[in-house]
Design a protein around this ligand. Sequence first.
Ligand code: NAD
Length: 256
Amino acid sequence: MIMNKKRGLIMGLANKFSIAYGIAESLKEHEADLLFTAQTEYFKDKISGILEDFKSPEAIICDVSKDGEVEKVFENIYEKYGELDFIIHSIAFSDKNELTGKYYNTSRANFLNAMNVSCFSFTEICKHSQKLLKHGGSILTLSYYGAEKVVPNYNVMALAKSALETSVRYLADDLGEFDIRVNAISAGPIKTLAASGVGEFSKILEFERHRSPLKRNVTQKDIGDTATFLLSDLSKGITGEIIHVDCGSNIIGVKF
Ligand code: NAD
C-alpha cells in the first residue's frame, strides 16, 4: 500500500478507456485518495459515476487552454482540500483532420493549439504546482515514442511530445530545489478516445505488438502501475526521466 495517506490530482480522465483511468485504478489499489479535473461540464457529467466508484468528490472543471485557469483551479483545490502529494497531466489535443497524411500540411492554428494544450499546459501546471505540493511531491505526464522517431500520421502531436519531453527535463531542474520531482511515461499505444483520432491507429497497435520483445501491447494496468511507482516514495531518487512503458518496443531497430 505504497500510496497510503497520499492524495493527488488527476487531470485528463475522459472515460474508462483513458490512460488516466488505468493510473487511477492502480493508485486506488495502493490506497491513494484522488481528486479529478474535467475539461468541460460534458466530461464532468460523463465521469461522475467513475468518480463515485473511486470515492472521489465531483470533478473540478479545468480547461487548460484558458489563460489563468490552472492557477485559479489549484488555488480553489488548496482552499477546499489542502495540500497534495502528486499531480498527473494526462492531456493532449490536436484537430484529428491533421493527424493523417503529411505533417507539412499542419495549419498554424492547430500547431499552436496542439502545443498549447499538450505541452504548455504541463509547464503551467508545474509553475503553479507549489500551490498544492507545499512540501514537495511528484508530477507525471504522458508521452509517446513519436517524439523520438517518425510514426505515420502522428504528425503535429509528435512535435508536441518532443517539446513535452524536453519540458520534463527543464521543469525537473527548476522544481528540484522544492523537492518536487517531474517525470514522464512514454506509453505504448492504447485504444483511447484521443488515440482513435490518429489515422490508421490499429496498424500502429499491430506494428508495436509484433515489434515488442514481450509480444503484446501495453495495458492500462501496465502504465498505471509504473505511474504509481513514479508517484510514490519508491522513486524518490528519480526526476527528469522519460520511462518507456511499451513492452520493450522502443529498443528494437529491425525485426523479422
Ligand atoms: P483520452 O482521450 O482518454 O484523454 C485525453 C484527455 O485530454 C481527455 O480527458 C480530454 O478531456 C483532455 N483534454 C483535451 N484538451 C483539454 C483541455 N483543453 N483542457 C483540459 N483537458 C483537455 O486519451 P488518452 O490516450 O488517455 O490520453 C492521455 C495522455 O496519454 C495524452 O497525453 C496522450 O497523448 C498520452 N498517450 C496516449 C497514448 C495512447 O496510445 N492512447 C500513448 C502514449 C501517450
